[in-house]
Design a protein around this ligand. Structure first.
Ligand SMILES: CC(=O)N[C@H]1[C@@H](OP(=O)(O)OP(=O)(O)OC[C@H]2O[C@@H](n3ccc(=O)[nH]c3=O)[C@H](O)[C@@H]2O)O[C@H](CO)[C@@H](O)[C@@H]1O
Length: 350
């Protein structure tokens, strides 16, 4: 089978498509990733050895200039996509949500190619909602509690890259040159989160006083402002970390945003998380993602407006002093092999 996989725009959109592509490849299928030139999806898909073909695409925005860009890119992107579908003649198309998947889904539907969707979040994105009526199945990272997709929705979990779960703790400790003791992982998703960074930076001296080791990933955009924090033996600061599996393997507790992949990866690694959802995320989906896992006792959600340095320090130090208040066995609540299930369903559906 030849399958086109389209998605990108952020780490949280492209990363879960990688294990699906790898599983398809393992089964002997031909996989082509579709994304924008010089984008995160191109960089990541190529890193994992996939062929990439290009469409133009731009985020919808009501700002007049950005809207003009959106309109021009969408028209051009649609013709790019028609050409790709015409030339590659795929058997199936998988769209991973977001504006990057839009042109190829549209072209695929017009050309009669069966299309499938994958939704990472608790509250579905617009592209997936619009295209779901034409899709054969919608693979879901969270249960479809509000029944957005009816019988087409299949809860499979979010596919997580293999190297991000189950890393050996000893190797990971050596990587960070850390001791085997209470460690905090602080990061704001694939792009970083400025407000969260500020509060974490304020909290760091007190956390270190409390003998806590810290891995702080600032996001590439914000690194310059935070890199000058003292180079303490208990602190590691990165703009971006490729070895997230190591970070999860050494960490007991995390402070994060509520991105779907961040949460799924933390849960599968049994790392308890204090989640501060990005308040401007579409339809507040990060808050609902986090609430889903809070119901299992695997995260505690705190709104950005309520978060202060003192609250953060107190929460983390309380966790350090009494492990019983946190659930460290959350991996059992969440599917581990989502990509296998997706590939099975793609193969079975004739
Ligand atoms: C602001 C916004 O709307 N963000 C969305 C975006 O988040 P974002 O792109 O931040 O994605 P997630 O939080 O879901 O995942 C982050 C991914 O980046 C990886 N990573 C992160 C930092 C690092 O240094 N190295 C690294 O590899 C993580 O391992 C993870 O795989 O897509 C997600 C999936 O649709 C959504 O749930 C988020 O709400």
């Amino acid at each position: 089978m030849k399958i086109l996989i389209a998605g990108g725009g952020t780490g949280g959109h492209i990363y879960p498509l990688i294990p699906v592509g790898e599983e398809l490849r393992k089964h002997g299928h031909e996989v082509i990733f579709i994304g924008r030139r010089e984008s995160i999806e191109e960089r990541v898909a190529k890193k994992y050895g996939f062929t990439v073909q290009y469409v133009r695409a731009s985020l919808f925005d009501l700002n007049i200039l950005k809207f003009v860009k959106f309109a021009i890119f969408s028209i051009n992107g649609f013709f790019d996509a028609l050409k790709i579908v015409g030339k590659t003649k795929p058997d199936k198309i998988l769209g991973g949500g977001g504006y990057v998947s839009l042109p190829i889904l549209l072209a695929g539907i017009l050309k009669g190619v069966p299309v499938y969707l994958y939704e990472q979040n608790t509250i579905p994105g617009r592209t997936n909602l619009i295209f779901s009526r034409f899709a054969r199945l919608v693979f879901l990272g969270f249960e479809d509690i509000k029944n957005h997709f009816g019988s087409k929705g299949v809860f499979v979990g979010n596919p997580v890259r293999k190297e991000v779960i189950n890393q050996d703790k000893k190797t990971a400790l050596e990587f960070f040159k850390f001791e085997d003791k209470f460690t905090l992982l602080a990061f704001g998703g694939s792009g970083g989160a400025y407000k969260l960074n500020k509060i974490i930076a304020e909290a760091i001296p007190e956390l270190i006083e409390n003998e806590i080791q810290i891995i702080f990933i600032t996001g590439v955009k914000f690194f310059d402002e935070f890199k000058s924090l003292s180079n303490h033996k208990n602190l590691r600061i990165y703009p971006y970390l490729d070895e997230m599996g190591y970070a999860y393997a050494v960490s007991t507790v995390a402070v994060t945003r509520g991105g779907a992949m961040t949460l799924s990866e933390l849960i599968l690694n049994n790392v308890y998380s204090i989640v501060v959802p990005f308040p401007y995320a579409r339809d507040n989906h990060q808050f609902y993602n986090a609430k889903y896992f809070e119901n299992y006792g695997c995260v505690s959600v705190i709104k950005e407006e309520d978060l202060t340095k003192d609250i953060l320090v107190k929460k983390i130090v309380d966790f350090k002093n009494d492990f019983h208040i946190i659930n460290l066995e959350c991996a059992k609540f969440y599917p581990r092999d989502a990509e296998k299930r997706i590939v099975e369903l793609l193969e079975e559906d004739k």
